[in-house]
Design a protein around this ligand. Structure first.
Ligand code: ATP
Length: 371
């Protein structure tokens, strides 16, 4: 891998890769299909070398945003800039091959009739053949596939195919890497190790990276920052811890934790709960319904007599943890509580519960519908 420089390397045919990390900016980007908006008012600033995950449910516009960044698709409005150079806008459109972007798809999209080294060298068509093969071989060695150069894609496992796809995307050393659900085809164990390897490789290349996922844990693991999307908009953009601790709304809270939701009415400027009197969310007035969110992992189960009185109604073994349903003094419905399995609370046990008011979230009831 060549060292990063602050200058573009000399253009050599189709390779033309810039070697400095790139700033990627979306400025009020929108994409309409007929009267429907797939994307609306998307503004994001992604720092050079940063890894950003686009997280959201199916149909919220993640892939469309990635396609617009790559140049496969044009925005209907707004601008995309790479290093302050407009690559898509009302009066300008730079095609994908001139943007120095690498693309990696969910299904890896390897060419079945080409050997692996030919697959990897495919992105280096502008280089002399021998040089392209040499570079491809070096990247294949980097991803641990040096002994598979002459194999064909169908002979590989899912994890190996993922490595080849990754090698093919990074071999031209793109300034920006765009990855659409790159791990969704892998089983859980393999996914863990491939996430680590991929992240290490992205850090080495210093490519600014946008990774689409609909798994919150994957986004937290990979992203320096996460852009949460819903219904074509960015709902919240920030670091994982910030999104977890201070979700912008109920939708984001639900994405990052398993929560108990209990409805209350604002009265006398407060919400009166068994946990204490809590301030309502900004803008909520007396008579409004709000949702109290208590994370299942934030409830501490103690011996009886310590904290709110409760009774274990149901215990479900989930491996490392037990999911308890506990009838709790002051709550109409049982609360779900996740405790370490070793704690061994039994059905029927009388317990005490600690719920810290500062760990409780309160949101307005409405405003979270749609994909
Ligand atoms: P998934 O996680 O399922 O891939 P996504 O978040 O990537 O979903 P997109 O594929 O970007 O979502 O789609 C966003 C919206 O745009 C969807 O409602 C989709 O139906 C619509 N859409 C995407 N491409 C087109 C198209 N070519 N014509 C019409 N509508 C489209």
């Amino acid at each position: 891998m060549k060292a990063e420089t602050s200058e573009p390397i000399k253009e050599r045919g189709a390779r033309a890769a810039v070697m400095f990390a790139a700033q990627v900016t979306f400025d009020q980007v929108e994409r309409r299909y007929g009267a429907d908006y797939a994307l609306k008012d998307i503004s994001l600033d992604i720092s050079p070398g940063e890894v950003v995950c686009l997280l959201g449910p199916s149909g919220c516009g993640k892939t469309t945003l990635l396609r617009i960044a790559s140049g496969i698709e044009k925005p209907s409005g707004g601008r995309v800039l790479i290093n302050d150079r407009e690559v898509a806008g009302p009066n300008r459109f730079v095609p994908p091959e001139q943007r120095s972007v690498g693309l990696m798809f969910q299904d890896f999209a390897l060419f079945p009739h080409l050997t692996l080294i030919e697959n990897v060298a495919f992105g280096l068509k502008g280089l002399p053949r021998e040089e392209a093969r040499r570079e491809a071989a070096a990247v294949m060695a980097r991803v641990g596939l040096e002994s598979f150069t002459n194999a064909y894609p169908h002979t590989l496992s899912g994890g190996q195919q993922q490595r080849v796809a990754l090698a093919r995307a990074i071999v031209p050393r793109p300034a920006v890497m765009l990855m659409d659900e790159p791990f969704s085809g892998l089983d859980v164990q393999l996914r863990d190790s491939m996430q680590e390897e991929t992240l290490a490789l992205l850090r080495e290349t210093r490519a600014t990276s946008l990774i689409v996922t609909h798994h919150p844990e994957e986004a937290m693991r990979l992203g320096d920052r996460i852009a949460v999307m819903r219904a074509g908009r960015i709902v919240q953009f920030g670091e994982a811890e910030d999104l977890y601790d201070h979700p912008a709304d109920l939708f984001v809270a639900r994405l990052f934790s398993e929560i108990n939701e209990v409805k209350y009415e604002v009265s006398g400027g407060l919400i009166d709960t068994p946990v204490g009197q809590l301030p309502p969310p900004p803008g909520a007035k007396d008579g409004d319904t709000v949702v109290l969110c208590i994370r299942e992992r934030d409830i501490v189960v103690n011996p009886v007599g310590q904290g709110l009185a409760g009774r274990v109604l149901h215990v479900r073994f989930l491996g490392d943890i037990d999911l308890l349903e506990i009838g709790v003094q002051g709550f109409d419905e049982p609360l779900r509580v996740r405790t370490p399995h070793y704690a061994k609370w039994a059905k029927g046990a009388e317990v005490g519960l600690t719920i810290l008011p500062e760990r409780v979230l309160v949101f307005p009831e409405n405003g979270t519908d749609g994909p």
